[in-house]
Write a protein that binds this ligand. Structure first.
Ligand SMILES: *Cc1c(COP(=O)(O)O)cnc(C)c1O
Length: 454
């Protein structure tokens, strides 16, 4: 068996104790990462990709240290997961304590209080003061699937409406809800029945259509093509994630919520990516002033441990028969301990405010870049969830090739940078909220240099 050693010095301790610096000691990827990539290709399904093929040995604060000893600035948070940082001390202590007590019983077999405490916290934190219930799962996709189950059972209806540019996951039902063919859906059909798709409000690309008008376009389409009486649920990301950090025009979401309420349709906010302080509010729905019937939560919920949730109106959540909802691992005790410590950190460390500060730095720097570079078509997002859409200045057409070159150059310079968008032309910024300012500014400078050189 081949073995790749960690650097010859003592392996770095993770978490915020890591030196908060960008440090390149080899090319990216370095020789040890290249060797691991070779082994990956011989062992792991070719369907499993990696954005930046450096192999992690430690991470914390705003950096990720690789097997070759490079320290990279993390502008991705493992896709908006490590909001509180990697190996955040509070999370480490809570998980370690739980680990020493018990690791698993299955909540549906012999329950434990951590699951209840997480549900209490979610019921308290999510928008609206109505009676709420929660259920816990493992992944975002699994929670989306269950949100649809709750809505169908409660309404006795079948149809589900999703939107252009939507991303809801990779299982059969959630692939069907997801809009983009490549890479998510291609060759994986058939998809689930009774899924419909409506146009989104996408101010940069729909001529600045007013939010209320964009919502009326949706409602008209639903009434003509589906019939409100057949529609169980409407599911939407308040700010779309994989679809390109698209922020709908003001009035779009409230108009849809009002129509859903008037027509007995369950409004599901998929806050898997936007949730937990990320957008400078605890949830993106807070900013919009909307109260979803059901919220789907995952990514930022548990400091990196796998956990997801559906939280919503008690009468909807209590509709299914006993045993109709659950799973072996859903609400695992370690993940619950992590979630409680993570949620405590969002609240006690005032990370909502920190996300706003990060958002102010991102907005200022990215807007300054846009002012002198016509290839930046739009700067958008909220809080620590910001993006730039790159276009051909002459035509306004999406420039995916440029986007790819900028990301590759940033990676080579030691910055983990993610792209997204239906047209592959959006660079997204999702720093951990534990990122110190100096690293954020340095990371943005690397991206600016990459853009200038591209
Ligand atoms: C990531 C994501 C999902 C899927 O979550 P998984 O944990 O990857 O299954 C669903 N919805 C949104 C908005 C997401 O960003």
């Amino acid at each position: 068996m081949t073995h790749v050693d960690t650097p010859s010095t003592v392996a770095p301790v993770g978490g915020p104790s890591l030196p908060q610096e960008r440090r390149l000691v080899t090319a990216i990827p370095g020789p040890k990462s290249l060797e691991l990539t070779r082994r990956k290709e011989q062992t792991i399904s070719g369907g499993v990709g990696t954005t930046i093929p450096v192999y992690t040995v430690a991470a914390g604060g705003g950096v990720l240290v690789d097997v070759d000893g490079n320290s990279l600035i993390d502008l991705g948070s493992g896709i908006a997961v490590t909001g509180v940082g990697n190996s955040a001390p509070r999370v480490v202590a809570a998980v370690a304590a739980q680990l020493a007590q018990f690791t698993h019983t299955c909540f549906s077999v012999a329950p434990y209080d951590g699951y209840i405490e997480v549900a209490e916290a979610l019921n308290r934190l999510t928008p609206g003061d109505h009676a709420k219930r929660s259920a816990l799962f493992n992944s975002g996709a699994e929670a989306v699937e269950n949100a649809v189950k709750f809505a169908r059972h409660y309404t006795g209806r079948q149809a589900v409406l999703a939107f252009d540019h939507a991303y809801h996951g990779r299982t059969t039902l959630t692939m069907g809800l997801t809009a983009k063919n490549l890479p998510y859906k291609n060759g994986f059909g058939p998809f689930a029945a009774e899924i419909y798709r409506a146009p989104l409000s996408y101010p940069f690309r729909d001529g600045g259509l007013d939010g209320v008008e964009a919502a009326k376009r949706v409602i008209s389409q639903v009434e003509k093509q589906i019939g409100a009486n057949n529609l169980a649920a409407m599911i939407i990301e308040p700010i779309q994630g994989e679809g390109g950090f698209i922020v709908p025009a003001a009035g779009f979401l409230p108009t849809l919520v009002d129509w859903c309420r008037a027509n007995g349709v369950v409004f599901i906010a998929d806050e898997v990516q936007t949730g937990f302080a990320r957008t400078g509010d605890m949830f993106a729905s807070d900013h919009e002033g909307i109260v979803p019937d059901l919220m789907v939560l995952a990514k930022g919920i548990a400091g990196g441990l796998p956990l997801s949730a559906v939280t919503g109106r008690a009468e909807i959540m209590d509709a299914p028969q006993v045993g109709g909802i659950g799973g072996t691992y859903g609400g695992n005790p370690l993940a619950c301990a992590a979630a409680l410590a993570t949620i405590d950190s969002y609240e006690s460390d005032n990370l909502v405010e920190r996300a706003r500060e990060i958002g102010a730095i991102l907005t200022e720097r990215l807007s300054a870049l846009q002012a002198e570079d016509a290839r930046i078509g739009e700067v958008r997002g909220r809080g620590a969830m910001m993006a730039v859409e790159l276009v051909d200045p002459a035509t306004g057409e999406p420039d995916a090739a440029l986007t790819g070159r900028v990301a590759a150059a940033a990676h080579a310079a030691g910055v983990i940078l993610l792209t997204c968008g239906t047209y592959g032309n959006v660079i997204r910024f999702l720093p951990p909220l534990s990122m110190p300012d100096h690293l954020l500014v340095e990371g943005l400078q690397v991206v600016a240099d990459a853009l200038a050189a591209a």
